[in-house]
Ligand binder design. Structure first.
Ligand code: BES
Ligand code: MN
Ligand code: ZN
Length: 495
């Protein structure tokens, strides 16, 4: 699949489908005369028939419109002008691509709406088209939905369009990488396999990689992480990926991205109920998002120093598994009473956060499918954002907004920390039933000291159980776009 720009007139473009963004019109408004002009009046006719209104994500495919070289003209709704954004454009482009790509269509051309700046529009369309190509049917031996699409054409030219296109394709590739990893089942994607995939990704992208194996983790003293891993025959690992720009724009900034990668979470001895336990193959989605983001960052080469840390384990019950009530000594030296072996994400993350800070990072973000509680609080629309620094939180929210990923700020008041008091150790790994996503975040906060740190609880957003027009059911790759945007934003002087 490749993308390019074209200065051709829309009616002259050679492509299997020409996609024209349209707005939802007010009563009495008529079709854009320009589009209506070169398309021989089909736009107004379609409006008059009521078959199209311009509602967001609406699509109408018209065949062989007179005077248009492309055999299909697709009217693609973006909604009312006031409700439009690059995010809507990305989703509409994805929905259009998903509708067309199974039908033998090899090339699609997009007209830019000309509303949000051509760089952002080109990026949004490229992201939409690229991410639309992912299907979760990877192990079907028959009837896989394969995309026939080979070429994306943008009917616009110039440096801004080229830049947007390069960003959109790199970010779309990164998001798909995250989704491909996340969809893998627990038997086929063990910690060792994830390490291999990370090595391949690093080699292809030109990233530095270091893997701390079990022996090294024991030597260093990752007691909390090792406690989780001890119930599984699969040895744990900590994957470290390094991106070093040739000349950093801000030598004082070193971004650390941390991603939870539990390749399967049975709950351990505090075992989970059988219903829907299969979903716990996605418990490595945070780590997958960090890998996808690093791939895109390596491709886009922003002048920001970024290091990724991905702790990977399998959480299993077994003769060697840790017991409720066990006390472990974390890498930081703090002791933890493991009251529930199913609260394992915070145990592998706390040691990783300590290690990341000792490695010299001074801005931290982690992504983790950490709690069912955040799904109760925010459902499947927004990820929970927990942050110990107002400026860092504002920057992350701004980046997520630009990237079209929805976060919601959650509290970290000191009072919540009391739930983690333990009579035997420095802290317990669970609190009460109430405010469970917050106490999980408070647990992590205890290990980050002074550095600006943000935690994204993506338990409700890392996959979807029902298909949407722009995305099949399965892993979403959430956080990849925001993390890349963060690396790009941190390379400009004003943080
Ligand atoms: N991986 C789960 C969280 C999760 C739940 C993700 C549902 C996606 C959907 C995590 O390790 C976990 O089990 N958390 C427990 C914590 C509890 C024992 C304090 C939970 O949320 O039930
Ligand atoms: Mn768990
Ligand atoms: Zn988990």
């Amino acid at each position: 699949m490749h993308a390019k720009t074209s200065s051709a007139a829309p009616e002259a473009i050679q492509a299997d489908a020409l996609i024209v963004p349209i707005s939802q019109l007010e009563e009495g408004q008529t079709a854009d005369p320009q589009v209506d002009g070169w398309s021989g009046g089909v736009y107004q006719t379609a409006l008059d028939s009521g078959e199209v209104t311009g509602k967001a994500l609406e699509l109408l495919v018209l065949h062989r419109p007179a005077g248009v070289a492309a055999p299909r003209l697709v009217l693609m709704g973006l909604g009312k002008p006031a409700e439009q954004s690059a995010a809507v454009l990305r989703r509409a482009a994805a929905a259009a691509t998903r509708k067309l790509q199974g039908k033998g269509i090899e090339s699609i051309a997009f007209l830019l709406p000309g509303r949000f700046g051509s760089e952002h529009e080109a990026q949004a369309i490229a992201e939409g088209v690229w991410t639309a190509r992912f299907e979760p049917d990877v192990y079907k031996t028959e009837g896989r939905k394969e995309s026939s699409l080979r070429e994306l054409l943008l009917l616009a030219t110039g440096d801004a369009v080229e830049l947007g296109l390069a960003r959109g394709t790199a970010i779309g590739d990164g998001q798909n990488t995250a989704r491909k990893l996340a969809v893998e089942p627990g038997n086929l994607l063990t910690p060792a396999v994830l390490v291999e995939k990370a090595r391949e990704l690093a080699a292809d992208a030109g990233l530095g990689i270091e893997v701390l194996d079990e022996e090294r983790l024991i030597d260093e003293g990752f007691g909390a992480l090792l406690g989780v891993a001890q119930g599984s025959v699969e040895p744990p690992a900590l994957i470290v990926l390094r991106y070093r720009p040739k000349s950093p724009a801000r030598p004082d900034v070193h971004l650390g991205l941390v991603g939870k990668a539990v390749t399967f979470d049975t709950g351990g001895i505090s075992i989970k109920p059988a219903a829907e336990m299969d979903r716990m193959k996605y418990d490595m989605a945070g780590g997958a998002a960090v890998l996808g983001a690093m791939q895109a960052i390596a491709a886009l080469e922003p002048p920001t120093t970024v290091t990724a840390f991905i702790p990977t384990v399998e959480n299993m019950p077994g003769a060697a598994a840790q017991r409720p009530g066990d006390v472990v000594t974390t890498l930081s030296g703090k002791t933890v009473e493991v009251l529930n072996t199913d609260a394992e994400g915070r145990l592998i993350l706390c040691d990783t956060l300590t290690f990341a800070l000792r490695s010299g990072v001074n801005r931290l973000v982690d992504a983790a499918t950490l709690t069912g509680s955040v799904v109760v609080a925010l459902g499947h629309e927004r990820s929970g954002l927990f942050c110990n620094d107002d400026a860092w939180s504002a920057l992350l929210l701004a980046c997520s907004e630009k990237a079209g990923e929805k976060f919601w700020p959650m509290p970290l008041d000191a009072e919540y920390r009391e739930q983690l008091d333990s009579p035997i150790a420095d802290l317990a790994n669970i609190g009460t039933r109430w405010g469970g996503s917050i106490t999980a975040a408070k647990f992590l906060e205890a290990f980050v000291e002074e550095a600006p740190w943000a935690h994204l609880d993506i338990a409700g957003t890392a996959w979807i159980d029902a298909p949407k027009p722009d995305m099949p059911k399965g892993p979403t790759g959430v956080c990849v776009r925001t993390f890349v945007e963060l690396a790009l934003t941190l390379s400009t002087p004003a943080e």
